[in-house]
Ligand binder design. Structure first.
Ligand code: G3H
Ligand code: 13P
Ligand code: ZN
Length: 309
């Protein structure tokens, strides 16, 4: 079975008022943990690869690992480029077997973002690949790019309509209050549901995307810190708000940080409790299970995607 695009997944998610999880992958254990959760939960899923992941593991290894995961589980998998910074990386992933790419022109002025996105859309669509773009700026850290909270700008609903019409992009990431990474804004996290509703009403049936959707579950921050970590992770977007966003046309929710925390907490605990064990399988096995448990939790409680295959 070849990789699938997200088109059918999003149609079903929109109609069913739930979201598909897009989880970042960097190595075999992360991929296995995620797909095993999806299999057990009978949930759709998207596996996404950042520029940093490609640099760390190499494009070819990630593609082959995801192919193996698909063969092993028989799940339809969409392989997506996360935060493509320019045309070249998107082209490389389109040509290299991905079925979905994100061109992130959110750092550019509106017209430049449109021009770049349209160029990627034209190239990708010609090869049967779908495209996600971003309008508005999230706070937080992704790859080498840092956006201060004061520079974050929420998505303008009218601009979103014009952007989608002029680019023909398949899905749009919007900024309504989520932020990347563990070092979220301090204070009570809020999503701007009025803005989300306005965008959904102006773009009926159109799949929206939320980035920076980790909740930074404090239990896992505490577990990391109990075993020697020094993570100052502030509470991210509450899970019930994300669940609600799925009922308003948000069809894709990106989660990375919560998986990283779960994996790191497990490894720190194992090594602290078993200081004489140096077999990597001893700590990577439980770490893989921790990823699986976290993904299953998200599918049930945040995405509402369990049983939707
Ligand atoms: O939003 C970015 C993702 O969490 C990927 O992070 O660029 O460190 O791989 P990364
Ligand atoms: P988090 O870092 O909040 O999990 O966000 C992940 C993301 O948006 C990947 O593109
Ligand atoms: Zn992101």
């Amino acid at each position: 079975m070849p990789f699938v695009t997200s088109t059918e997944m999003f149609k079903k998610a929109y109609a069913g008022k739930y979201a598909v999880g897009a989880f970042n992958v960097n190595n075999m254990e992360i991929i296995q943990g995620i797909v095993d959760a999806a299999k057990a939960e009978q949930s759709p899923l998207i596996l996404q690869v950042s520029a940093g992941a490609r640099k760390y593991a190499k494009h070819i290894y990630l593609v082959k690992l995801v192919e193996a995961a698909m063969e092993d589980t028989d799940l339809p998998i969409c392989l997506h480029l996360d935060h493509g910074a320019d045309f070249e990386i998107c082209k490389s992933c389109v040509d290299g077997g991905f079925t979905s790419v994100m061109i992130d022109g959110s750092k550019f002025p509106f017209e430049e973002n449109i021009e770049l996105t349209k160029r990627v859309v034209d190239y990708a669509h010609n090869k049967g690949v779908v495209v996600e773009a971003e309008l508005g700026k999230l706070a937080g850290v992704e790859d080498a790019v840092k956006v201060n909270t004061k520079d974050a700008t929420y998505t303008d609903p009218d601009q979103a309509v014009e952007f989608v019409e002029r680019t023909g992009v398949d899905s749009l990431a919007i900024a309504i209050g989520t932020s990347h990474g563990a070092y979220k804004f301090k204070g009570t996290p809020e999503l701007d549901f009025a803005r989300l509703e306005k965008i959904t009403n102006l773009l009926p049936g159109y799949p929206l995307v939320l980035h920076g959707a980790s909740t930074v579950l404090q239990e896992f921050v505490a577990k990391c810190n109990e075993f020697g970590g020094k993570i100052d992770g502030a509470q991210g977007c509450p899970e019930d708000m994300l669940l609600r966003a799925g009922t308003y046309g948000v069809c894709k929710i990106n989660i990375d940080t919560d998986l990283r925390l779960a994996m790191t907490a497990s490894i720190r605990k194992y090594l602290a409790e078993n200081p004489s064990d140096f077999d990597p399988r001893s700590y990577l096995g439980p770490a893989r299970q921790a990823i699986q448990d976290m993904v299953a939790h998200k599918m049930r409680n945040v995405l509402n995607s369990s049983g939707r295959l």
